[in-house]
Design a protein around this ligand. Structure first.
Ligand SMILES: CC(C)(COP(=O)(O)OP(=O)(O)OC[C@H]1O[C@@H](n2cnc3c(N)ncnc32)[C@H](O)[C@@H]1OP(=O)(O)O)[C@@H](O)C(=O)NCCC(=O)NCCS
Length: 333
């Protein structure tokens, strides 16, 4: 049945919470990782708060689909939680939701500068969609989701996340303080976004500390380095080692890419087995750009564990090569 002609798309109000939650429940059957999206009362509170904004679609008088943008920092938003009713898929509903969010939720918000999305790497629909809306590769986060957490994941290997994104306003040139392989990867991301990476460096920056944003359900340790971090940077190596001993599967450390101390922090992390994961504009604690270093523990992931569009194969090969090298360097240290 083709519903494209009677499709109505608009921004959601808190009163849409029950329908949005019901579609999540129908798709994920109570197994959704974050239950606040299947609980109408919790979802209503999110919609009222304004940091989670949904677009909803109706076709043939029936709720047909939904998608959210979620604020990560003052300038950075994530497109997430796309879900279209099975009977109306492949008719452009997702594209219409996406356009409504861009035009009605983000464009009027003058602070919104950049959006990104994460795509699971075992299917290509969302990767093609990201390409259609002009998003470029930002990185590849290895083994983020255990296979058991995702419907349709083939085999037992954990599933990785492709990060893509796009500026919402022109971006100034970045003064990358990074060096070596990590600098090359970050510069490639910026080039893809059409942003200059200058070699001119800042000579001073605020003292750095660490804030944590771990996701225990995924076995993810996430340390965010920045001037707003309260924990001392000096404690980070021991904290990361303790987290691994306690069973963490994946560790990320976000490092402000323009901070003069970034090369020293990145160097220490590389010696501890970390390598390039992603470059995230505006992703830092104070809205500064960060480079995300990652360490995925467990059996090394090969290219056969992920499906990616051809556009992203150079990124995949670079990330996997860096990760392999980091493992060797750590083993030899
Ligand atoms: C992913 C999902 C949201 C896509 O929604 P959708 O409304 O079917 O998406 P669209 O219709 O905009 O695009 C899907 C395909 O249909 C095509 N299409 C769009 N309009 C069309 C039309 N009128 N006729 C034929 N094909 C059409 C698109 O080009 C696209 O094809 P491609 O993937 O080969 O490029 C939906 O499949 C879903 O809910 N899946 C389960 C949840 C999920 O996986 N979410 C994403 C997690 S990363």
């Amino acid at each position: 049945m083709d519903h494209a002609e009677d499709l109505e798309v608009r921004l959601a109000t808190p009163d849409d919470a029950p329908e949005i939650a019901a579609l999540m429940e129908a798709q994920y059957g109570g197994g959704y990782a974050d239950p606040t999206y299947t609980d109408p009362a919790a979802l209503r509170a999110k919609l009222a708060g304004g940091d989670v904004r949904y677009a909803v679609a109706r076709a043939g008088g029936v709720h047909a689909g939904q998608m959210a943008v979620e604020r990560c920092s003052r300038h950075l938003w994530e497109f997430a939680r796309a879900l279209v009713r099975p009977e109306v898929r492949n008719q452009g509903v997702l594209l219409a939701l996406d356009q409504a969010l861009l035009e009605q939720a983000l464009r009027p918000d003058r602070a919104a500068r950049f959006f990104f999305a994460r795509s699971v790497t075992h299917h290509l629909v969302s990767q093609r969609h990201a390409r259609r809306v002009g998003a470029r590769a930002l990185g590849l986060l290895l083994g983020l989701w255990p296979a058991s957490a995702l419907e349709g994941a083939a085999g037992a290997a954990p599933v990785s996340a492709l990060l893509t994104g796009r500026p919402l306003a022109p971006m100034r040139a970045r003064r990358l303080a990074l060096e070596g392989r990590v600098r090359a990867r970050a510069a490639a991301v910026l080039e893809g976004l059409g942003v200059d990476a200058s070699r001119e460096r800042l000579t001073a920056g605020p003292a750095l500390g660490v804030a944590r944003a771990d996701v225990p359900a995924l076995g993810l340790v996430h340390a965010r380095v920045g001037a707003r971090g309260r924990a001392p940077l000096v404690a980070l190596p021991d904290d990361l080692a303790r987290a691994r001993d306690a069973g963490a599967r994946v560790a990320w450390v976000d490092v402000p890419s323009e901070h003069p101390r970034a090369p020293a922090v990145v160097g220490a992390l590389e010696r501890a087995g970390f390598s390039f994961g992603a470059y995230l504009p505006f992703g830092g604690l104070a809205g500064e750009d960060v480079v995300r270093l990652q360490r995925h523990d467990g059996p090394a992931l090969g290219p056969d564990t992920m499906r990616l569009l051809d556009d992203h194969l150079p990124l995949r090969d670079a990330v996997l090569a860096d990760a392999a090298l980091a493992r060797v360097e750590q083993a030899c240290a």
